[in-house]
Ligand binder design. Structure first.
Ligand code: HEM
Length: 228
């Protein structure tokens, strides 16, 4: 794929490939690695103990604290700012879930794993790389409004949790129709005026974001084995 000479674009005239399609295609093997990880599998088939689910929510808390802090700091940026959707913010829902799962003193009972600290540090570096921030935004939020909806149903059933507290993280009522949201999100990706080098960097950062997420799962899998 090549950029035109007049306007930088990820899509050559007449090309069937939109940037959103390229991004998904180029990162889908990383998605599958995250989805097929033993920890994720156990979560999806309902064999993960509640303690493992709770620890995952705790790790999410630290990752989203970084993601949403950097998102606010980049709200005025011409690239990253286009992905500043206050209605996506997950931190309040994570706090509700953790209060429910761990009690009022939840904050003293959780700490970031080494993998989560690495992931959060990478997100924080994106303050100086706004297009890279989009990669991290996409990897998490598009996942939460896609496969996350399976997790919501499985976890609610397996652990007897409710949308109000326990799986609130996966509830996006403020967005309305999720398929419509996903379409609009892809349109925003497609309208980013990225030249080829910037497009390739965004793809590479997304692959890294998936790998960092998989590391977090690997770490959770080591300490929270599925029930026998
Ligand atoms: C999209 C399933 C885990 C990130 C999707 C889609 C499904 C799915 C069905 C929609 C595909 C489509 O539109 O055709 C799952 C399942 C998972 C899982 C069952 C198991 C837990 C993850 C994880 C991440 C993630 C761990 C990231 C850390 C994404 C992203 C998309 C997506 C970014 C949007 C792809 C795009 O349309 O561009 N997932 N997923 N998913 N998922 Fe997952």
């Amino acid at each position: 794929m090549s950029a035109t000479t007049e306007a930088p674009s990820t899509v050559a005239p007449g090309s069937p490939e939109l940037f959103s399609e390229r991004l998904k295609a180029a990162t889908w093997s990383d998605h599958q690695a995250a989805e097929d990880h033993g920890f994720t599998r156990a979560l999806l088939d309902g064999t993960l103990p509640l303690s493992g689910y709770t620890e995952m929510v705790a790790q999410h808390y630290f990752a989203y604290a970084a993601l949403e802090d950097v998102g606010r700091r980049l709200a005025g940026d011409p690239v990253a700012g286009r992905f500043h959707y206050p209605e996506l913010e997950r931190l309040p829902a994570l706090v509700r879930d953790l209060e429910h799962l761990l009690g009022a003193d939840w904050r003293e009972r959780i700490s970031p794993s080494r993998a989560t600290r690495t992931y959060a540090a990478r997100i924080e570096q994106m303050v100086d790389h706004p297009a890279g921030y989009v990669a991290h935004h996409y990897t998490r939020y598009m996942g939460d409004v896609s496969g996350g909806q399976f997790i919501r149903r499985v976890a609610a059933k397996a652990y007897g949790l409710s949308d109000e507290a326990g799986v609130a993280f996966y509830v996006f009522d403020a967005l309305g129709s999720l398929p419509r949201f996903r379409t609009g999100y892809r349109e925003r990706l497609d309208s980013l005026a990225l030249d080829e080098a910037a497009a390739a960097r965004l793809v590479a950062e997304t692959r890294l974001a998936y790998q960092l997420n998989t590391e977090v799962f690997a770490d959770l899998g080591r300490t929270h084995a599925p029930a026998a």
